[in-house]
Design a protein around this ligand. Sequence first.
Ligand SMILES: Nc1ncnc2c1ncn2[C@@H]1O[C@H](COP(=O)(O)OP(=O)(O)OP(=O)(O)O)[C@@H](O)[C@H]1O
Ligand SMILES: O=P(O)(O)OC[C@H]1O[C@H](OP(=O)(O)OP(=O)(O)O)[C@H](O)[C@@H]1O
Length: 218
Amino acid sequence: MEEQRYLTFALGKGRLAKQTLATFEKIGITCEEMKDPGTRKLIFVNEDLKLRFFLAKGPDVPTYVEYGAADIGIVGEDTILEEARNIYEVLDLGFGKCRMCVCGPKESKELLQHQELIRVATKYPRIAKNYFYNEKHQTVEIIKLNGSIELAPIVGLSEVIVDIVETGSTLRENGLEVLEEVCPLSARMVVNQVSMKMEYERITKLIGELKQALSIEG
Ligand SMILES: Nc1ncnc2c1ncn2[C@@H]1O[C@H](COP(=O)(O)OP(=O)(O)OP(=O)(O)O)[C@@H](O)[C@H]1O
Ligand SMILES: O=P(O)(O)OC[C@H]1O[C@H](OP(=O)(O)OP(=O)(O)O)[C@H](O)[C@@H]1O
C-alpha cells in the first residue's frame, strides 16, 4: 500500500492559535509539543496521524498555502481579504469574531457623509481601498500603518482609520467610535488548490469533523 503523505497545516501565531489548537483537540488531533510556551521550535509533527503543523505570522499563512508549502491554513478573514491569494476558503470556524470598521472621532462622520477627500490610516490598505473605491465610490488617501492604528486620528495623521473592532475598548479608551461597518470577520480554514484535488477525501473528512465539533450547520 502506498504510504500516506503528511498533510501540513499553517496556523496563525497570534490570537487565533490557542482556539485553533483547542478545536483540533476536539477532533482528536493533538500536538502537545506545540503548546509549550517556551519552545522556539517552528514545526511540529504528529507521526501517528501523518500531520505537520507550523506557526507563522498571520499574513504569511495564505502565502504558504498558495504555494503548497502548507496544504491547509487557519487564519482570519481579514488576512485572507487583504492578501488576496489564490486559495480555497472552505470553512468558517466561527471563532475569532470581530468586525472591520471605519472608525474615528465623531466629528469625522460628517466628512464621510459628504464624501470629502479624507485620509484613512490602516493596516489593511486593500480592504480599505475596496471599501471606499468600489463600494462607496469615494476617493480617499490611504496611509499604511503596521499597528496601534487608533493613534492616527488622535495625532492628526488621518481623519479616520479602517481597523478591527472586537470589544470596542481600544476605541473607547481613545475617544474614538465606529462610524461605519465594512464587514464582519471570523477565523477561516483555507486550502491549497492542488491539495484539495490530491487529498480530497482526507480534507473533506477533516472539514466534516470540524463542522460537527463546532456545531456548524451545512
Ligand atoms: N481584537 C482583535 N484584534 C485583532 N484581531 C482580532 C481581534 N479579535 C479577533 N481577531 C482576529 O484574530 C486574527 C489574528 O490577530 P492577531 O492580532 O493575533 O494577528 P495580527 O494582527 O496578524 O498580528 P500582529 O498583531 O502580530 O500584527 C486577526 O486577523 C483577526 O481575524
Ligand atoms: O475592540 P478591541 O477589543 O479593543 O480590539 C481591537 C484592537 O485590537 C487590535 O489591535 P492589536 O492588539 O492587535 O494591536 P495593534 O494595533 O498593534 O495591531 C486592533 O487593531 C484594535 O486596535
